[in-house]
Design a protein around this ligand. Structure first.
Ligand code: ASP
Length: 330
C-alpha cells in the first residue's frame, strides 16, 4: 500500500494503558508512538503514518470538547492529503464517539475507530492486532464514503449500528440490528454488501449550554424523577420499553416536556425500531407520538442523544430535528 497515507489520533483507553505501580492498576500512559511500536508489521505495508498523540484519557472521561477538537483535527488531516484516519480510544465510549464523529464527518476518507479489550500487560492483548487492522482498513479504497466505522476483532461495524455488547470479551462489539458491514481477511477489507446511507450534520457541537437528558423507562416508575430531570434539559431522549412504551404515570410528564422541548422516543432494547401505529394504550408509542414526541426510529438511545445534542448545538428548530431523525432513524 505504498503511496497511501493514514493519520493516527490516539486518545487513551485500554489500548494505551499500562501498569501504574503507585495506583496499583492500569492507566492510560502510552503514546501513539508506543502503540505503533507494538505493531512492527505496519512498517512493511508501505503506508505513511502521520501520528497525533491527541489525548491520554479513559474512554469515560472524553467529552464534547475533546470530540469537537478531534473532528476539526481530522478534517485538517484529510484535507491535507491523508487517505484515511485511525482513532484509538477507550472501548467504553466507542459506540458514542464513533457516531458523534460520523455525524460531523462530511468527507469521503474513512475514519476507523479502534481500541482494545485487553491491556498490553495481559496475555492475548488485542490492541496491536486491532491497530494493524484499523490502519489497513483506513488506507484502502473499500471504505471510501463509509463515514466512521469501528474495527475490532477483524470485524467492521458502521458507527450508526455498533454496540459494546460485553464488558470484558475481546468479541465485545456487534451491530445487533444489521450485522457487521464486513470483515478483514488477510489484511483486506471484504464488505458484506453495499454501504448504507448515513447523515452528516457537520457543524459546531460544543455549545456547552446544551443539555440533553437520557431517561430510561423502568418498572413501576411514577414519573417524579423524570419531571425533575426535565426541568434541567433542553432536549430529552426517552429509552422506552420494547417498541416505545412507558408506564402510564409518565405520560403527563412527557406530554408537558414535549410542549417545551424536543423529546425523542427510542427503545431501551438497542435492537430494532420503535413502532408508530400498533399500540394505543396510554403510554404506548401511538399515544406518545400523538403528544408530540419525535420517533428515533431504529437509533438506539445513546446515539439519539448525540444526534439531538448536535442539532440543538446548531440551533435547529423542531421541524429540522424531526426531519433529521426521520432520516437518521430509518
Ligand atoms: N475498558 C475500557 C477500554 O476497553 C477503558 C476505557 O474505555 O478507557 O478501553
Amino acid at each position: 500500500m505504498t503511496g497511501r497515507t493514514v493519520a493516527i489520533f490516539s486518545l487513551g483507553g485500554t489500548i494505551a494503558m499500562t501498569t501504574d505501580p503507585a495506583a496499583g492498576g492500569v492507566v492510560p500512559a502510552l503514546s501513539a508512538h508506543d502503540l505503533l511500536a507494538a505493531v512492527p508489521a505496519l512498517t512493511s505495508t508501505g503506508i505513511e503514518l502521520r501520528v497525533h498523540d491527541f489525548r491520554r484519557l479513559p474512554g469515560a472521561s472524553l467529552g464534547f470538547e475533546d470530540l469537537a477538537a478531534l473532528g476539526t483535527a481530522i478534517t485538517e488531516a484529510v484535507d491535507s492529503g491523508c487517505d484515511g484516519v485511525v482513532v484509538t480510544q477507550g472501548t467504553d465510549t466507542i459506540e458514542e464517539t464513533a457516531y458523534l464523529l460520523d455525524l460531523l464527518h462530511d468527507r469521503d476518507q474513512p475514519i476507523v475507530v479502534t481500541g482494545a479489550m485487553r491491556n498490553q500487560t495481559l496475555p492475548g492483548a488485542d490492541g496491536p492486532a486491532n491497530l494493524y487492522a484499523a490502519v489497513l482498513a483506513a488506507a484502502g479504497e473499500e471504505l471510501r464514503g463509509a463515514g466512521v466505522v469501528v474495527v475490532l476483532g477483524d470485524e467492521i461495524h458502521a458507527a450508526r449500528a455498533v454496540r459494546k455488547t460485553h464488558s470484558t470479551s475481546p468479541a465485545a462489539f456487534a451491530s445487533p440490528s444489521t450485522g457487521p458491514l464486513g470483515h478483514l481477511y488477510e489484511g483486506r477489507v471484504r464488505l458484506a454488501g453495499p454501504l448504507a446511507g448515513r447523515i452528516a450534520v457537520a457543524g459546531p457541537i460544543n455549545d456547552v449550554a446544551v443539555r440533553v437528558g437520557l431517561y430510561t423507562a423502568t418498572l413501576g416508575d411514577d414519573g417524579k424523577l423524570l419531571a425533575g430531570m426535565a426541568e434541567h434539559c433542553d432536549g430529552l431522549v426517552v429509552a422506552a420499553f420494547g417498541v416505545g412504551h412507558v408506564p402510564q404515570d409518565l405520560v403527563s410528564v412527557l406530554d408537558k416536556a414535549a410542549a417545551e422541548m424536543p423529546v425523542i422516543l427510542t427503545s431501551r432494547i438497542g435492537n430494532g425500531p420503535v413502532l408508530q401505529q400498533t399500540y394505543s394504550f396510554p403510554g404506548s408509542e401511538k399515544d406518545l407520538l400523538s403528544r408530540g414526541l419525535i420517533s428515533g426510529g431504529s437509533l438506539d438511545p445513546y446515539k439519539a442523544r448525540l444526534l439531538l445534542h448536535v442539532l440543538l448545538s446548531q440551533g435547529r428548530g423542531t421541524n429540522e430535528i424531526a426531519a433529521a431523525f426521520a432520516t437518521a432513524g430509518a
